[in-house]
Design a protein around this ligand. Structure first.
Ligand SMILES: [Zn+2]
Length: 177
C-alpha cells in the first residue's frame, strides 16, 4: 500500500513525491518537479528533485544499467549517492551546457553507490580500479542514450568524482564522454 501511495506519475517503480512547478530565479525553475525517494527499490540519498523527464530516464538506467553492472556484488545496490540535482543558483557563468541543465531540473549528478553489504563504490576512488572501474564504466555507458548528456571522469576535471546525466536534447543525439 505504501508503495502504491508513494508512486510518482503512476509508476510504482519510482517512489517519491510530486511537487509540481518550482519557480526559480529568472528563467530557472522546474516543470512537473518530483522528489525521488527510490527507483526500482534503490534509494536515492539525498532525495533528488528533478523534472519528470529526468525522473523517467532514471528508471531504465537503474534497472537495465546500474543493477546489471553491479550484479550480485555485495548483495546488489542499496542506494545511490546523489550530489547535485535541481539547483536554483546563479549559473550565470554557465549560459549553456551541463551546469545550465541543473537550473531547470533536467540534470542529476551521482557520486557513487552503496551496496547492501555496506560497501561503497565511488566514482572518485573506483573509476581507475579493476573490479569497480569496470562496474562504473558499465553504469556510465548504460546511461548514454537514455540521457542526452552523460559525463564522467574522462569528460573533464569537474567530473572526476561523479556522473552527470541530463535530459537536454542535442540535434546530433546523445553526448557521452
Ligand atoms: Zn551535473
Amino acid at each position: 500500500m505504501a508503495r502504491a501511495r508513494g508512486q510518482v506519475r503512476g509508476d510504482p517503480n519510482i517512489q517519491g513525491e510530486e511537487i509540481g512547478r518550482i519557480n526559480g530565479r529568472g528563467a530557472c525553475g522546474v516543470e512537473s518537479a518530483v522528489r525521488i525517494k527510490s527507483v526500482a527499490d534503490v534509494r536515492m540519498i539525498p532525495q533528488p528533485t528533478v523534472g519528470c523527464r529526468t525522473a523517467s530516464a532514471l528508471w531504465p538506467w537503474v534497472v537495465n544499467g546500474a543493477k546489471p553492472a553491479v550484479g550480485s556484488a555485495g548483495g546488489g545496490i542499496a542506494s545511490m549517492g546523489v550530489v547535485s540535482h535541481y539547483a536554483d543558483r546563479n549559473w550565470n557563468s554557465a549560459a549553456s551546457g551541463w551546469l545550465f541543465e541543473h537550473a531547470f531540473g533536467r540534470a542529476i549528478d551521482i557520486a557513487g553507490i552503496k551496496l547492501k553489504s555496506g560497501r561503497e563504490i565511488t566514482v572518485l576512488r573506483g573509476w581507475n580500479t579493476a573490479g569497480d572501474g569496470a562496474r562504473l564504466r558499465k553504469m556510465w555507458r548504460a546511461a548514454c542514450g537514455l540521457f542526452g548528456t552523460v559525463l564522467g571522469p574522462e569528460a573533464n576535471r569537474f567530473h572526476a568524482d561523479h556522473f552527470h546525466f541530463d535530459t537536454a536534447r542535442y540535434r546530433s543525439g546523445s553526448y557521452c564522454r
